[in-house]
Design a protein around this ligand. Structure first.
Ligand SMILES: [Zn+2]
Ligand SMILES: [Zn+2]
Length: 350
C-alpha cells in the first residue's frame, strides 16, 4: 500500500491547503515536460497525481486513512498501542448523519461501530524515555441507555404518518398528478411523536471516562496512539470506535532528542579533561558512569550504544551522545597564579 502522505511529503494531519501546495510543488518538479519523460520519472509523477487525487477528496481520504490504520494494527498485533497513525477523525456530526439520516429503514438494525474519539496527553521528557502509565480522562459519546439509541422513549415509538399512511409519498394534485415525497414525514413514512428526554432525541449522550493508558518507552512528540475500541460506543451491538491519543512531550533543557538518539552535555573540569577521569552522565531517570580519556577533545561526542530512546516500532534502540562542557573554576586564588604560569611554561599549549 502506497503511503500517499509520504509521497507528497506532508504529515498525515496536513490541511487541504498544505496538500495542494505540496502537490503543486512536486508536480512542477516532476512533470514530464520539466523533468523529462522516462519510466522512473513518469511512474513517480503518476504516484504524485494519484496521492493528490485521493488526499484532496475528503471521502477518499477518510477511507484511505481507515485502511492505513487497519494495516498498522495488523502489522503490530502485539501492542494495542500503535505509533504515529494519523487518522482523519471521523467527525461526530458526520457519524450521526450517516447513522440517522441515511435510509434508516434498512440500516437501523445493522451493527455499526461507534465514532473514533480524539484526546491528548502530555508526558515529560523522562516519561517519554522511560515509558509510563497515565490516567486519561476524556469525553466519549455513548449510546443513550434510556432509548437504546433510538431517540424516542420505548413507550412512544414513532407512529405511521397520518398523511401518507406509511407510503412515504403522496399524490400531488393537478392536471398531471405525480408522486412526491410526503412533506409531513419527510418521506420517512413515520412520525416521531416524542423524543427521549435523556438524549433529547440525539440517541447519544456524552460521558466522561477515565482509563489508565500505557505510554510506551520511546514515544515521540506528536505521536498518535490508537487504543482500539476505547472510543464512542457502537450501535446495535457494533463495536466501540477507537480512542486516538495525541502525545505531547514536554521539552527538557538538559536533554535533546534526535530520532531515537539522546544527546546530553556533561560538565568536566580543566584538570579532569587534561588528566582523564570517570564522569557521571545524567540521563532521564538515571545516571551513567563514563570514562573520559586524558586529553579528550571538547568538540567530540562520546557515543554510548543502545542508551538512547527505545523504538516504538520494534526497530533499533537509539544511542546516547555525550558532549563535554568545560567548567572553569569561578575564581583562581592568587596563590595558584605562579603555579599556572609555571605550567604554561613547561606544558606547550596550556
Ligand atoms: Zn435517548
Ligand atoms: Zn408521510
Amino acid at each position: 500500500m502506497e503511503d500517499y502522505y509520504q509521497i507528497l511529503g506532508v504529515s498525515s494531519n496536513a490541511s487541504q491547503e498544505e496538500i495542494k501546495k505540496a502537490f503543486h510543488r512536486l508536480a512542477r518538479r516532476f512533470h514530464p515536460d520539466v523533468a523529462g519523460s522516462h519510466k522512473k520519472n513518469d511512474d513517480h509523477f503518476k504516484k504524485i497525481t494519484e496521492s493528490y487525487q485521493i488526499l484532496s477528496d475528503a471521502d477518499q481520504r477518510r477511507h484511505y486513512d481507515i485502511k492505513r490504520i487497519v494495516r498498522t494494527t495488523a502489522e503490530s498485533p502485539k501492542t494495542h498501542v500503535k505509533e504515529a497513525v494519523d487518522f482523519a477523525f471521523q467527525g461526530f456530526s458526520e457519524f450521526l448523519n450517516d447513522l440517522l439520516f441515511k435510509d434508516t429503514t434498512q440500516t437501523s438494525e445493522i451493527p455499526k461501530q461507534g465514532p473514533h474519539v480524539e484526546t491528548q496527553v502530555t508526558v515529560s521528557f523522562a516519561e517519554a524515555y522511560l515509558g509510563c502509565q497515565k490516567s486519561l480522562q476524556f469525553k466519549v459519546p455513548r449510546v443513550c441507555s434510556d432509548c437504546k439509541g433510538k431517540g424516542w422513549p420505548p413507550k412512544h415509538p414513532p407512529q405511521k404518518c397520518p398523511e401518507c399512511h406509511g407510503a412515504k409519498v403522496r399524490l400531488a394534485k393537478g392536471p398531471l398528478p405525480f408522486k412526491r415525497s410526503c412533506k409531513r414525514c419527510n418521506g420517512i413514512g413515520q412520525i416521531q411523536t416524542q423524543v427521549c428526554r435523556r438524549c433529547n432525541g440525539s440517541c447519544l449522550f456524552t460521558e466522561t471516562e477515565t482509563i489508565e493508558i500505557e505510554i510506551p518507552p520511546g514515544v515521540n512528540h506528536e505521536t498518535r496512539l490508537c487504543l482500539a475500541k476505547k472510543g464512542g460506543s457502537g450501535f446495535h451491538g457494533g463495536e466501540r470506535g477507537d480512542l486516538l491519543v495525541q502525545v505531547t512531550v514536554e521539552p527538557d533543557a538538559r536533554f535533546m532528542r534526535h530520532g531515537n538518539d539522546l544527546k546530553v552535555t556533561a560538565p568536566i573540569s580543566m584538570s579532569e579533561l587534561l588528566l582523564g577521569t570517570q564522569i557521571r552522565v545524567l540521563i532521564p531517570g538515571d545516571e551513567l558512569s563514563m570514562r573520559v580519556p586524558a586529553g579528550a577533545d571538547l568538540g567530540q561526542s562520546f557515543r554510548l550504544r543502545n542508551k538512547g530512546f527505545a523504538s516504538v516500532n520494534k526497530g533499533n534502540r537509539g544511542d546516547l551522545y555525550v558532549t563535554l562542557k568545560l567548567i572553569l573554576p569561578p575564581q583562581i586564588p592568587d596563590s595558584a597564579i605562579p603555579l599556572l604560569k609555571a605550567l604554561a611554561k613547561i606544558v606547550p599549549g596550556f
